[in-house]
Design a protein around this ligand. Structure first.
Ligand code: ADP
Length: 194
């Protein structure tokens, strides 16, 4: 099964993706984590991406489509994957559909995690406090506002793209983590039965 976790920054996509990986053995393909790994490793890709990410802007479609394509061809994706933070633009979604179609695959399910802006901002402020400000250089209240604006402008329209394909299940991301996990699990099981 190929699954997209969809939602604004701080919605809990990464948290839920990790649970799906543990419970179902589907690898988590997070472009954000891949880009942060490239920055940490000091690669050309990392050097080119850092300033863009720190501003809260999107890295170019070509770059993220390229890293996802390479990653998806690893053997652990044989049974599918959980896409987290990708796609983020319509061209990325189209490239993903084309990439999967070439391999005789498709996106089976898109889980939309719905969370109000006010709560997203509270969560990031909490994450910054807990980490002592040392983890992600794009986790500041200002950058979060930029990331949210980019989300509404570039990424939110993707929901229509997937709704059009009849693939979206919406889950209330403001419920406790275990409840969100339960609802996502139910949506995956329902899909697997069809
Ligand atoms: P968030 O918590 O905001 O969802 P991510 O870890 O998914 O964070 O992404 C962090 C940053 O990495 C983004 O703000 C963006 O600059 C870059 N990035 C991640 N995924 C993509 C993508 N699919 N397309 C373009 N840029 C991306």
């Amino acid at each position: 099964m190929n699954l997209v976790l969809f939602g604004p920054p701080g919605a809990g996509k990464g948290t839920q993706a990790k649970v799906i990986t543990e419970q179902r053995g589907l690898p988590q393909l997070s472009t954000g984590e891949m880009l942060r790994a490239a920055i940490a490793a000091g690669t050309e890709l990392g050097k080119a991406s850092k300033a863009i990410m720190d501003r809260g802007d999107l890295v170019s479609d070509d770059i993220v489509v390229g890293i996802i394509g390479e990653r998806y061809d690893q053997p652990d994706c044989a049974k599918g994957a959980v896409f987290d933070g990708f796609p983020r633009t319509i061209p990325q979604a189209e490239a993903l559909d084309a990439m999967l179609a070439k391999r005789g695959r498709k996106i089976d399910l898109v889980i939309e995690l719905k969370v109000d802006d006010k709560i997203l901002i509270d969560r990031v402020e909490q994450r910054i406090k807990e980490s002592g400000g040392t983890t992600r250089s794009d986790d500041t209240p200002e950058t979060l506002k930029a990331r949210l604006a980019v989300y509404y402008k570039n990424t939110a329209p993707l929901l229509e793209y997937y709704k059009h394909q009849g693939k979206v299940v919406t889950v209330d991301g403001m419920k406790p983590i275990v409840e969100v996990t339960r609802q996502i699990g139910a949506a995956i099981d329902a899909k697997a039965r069809h």
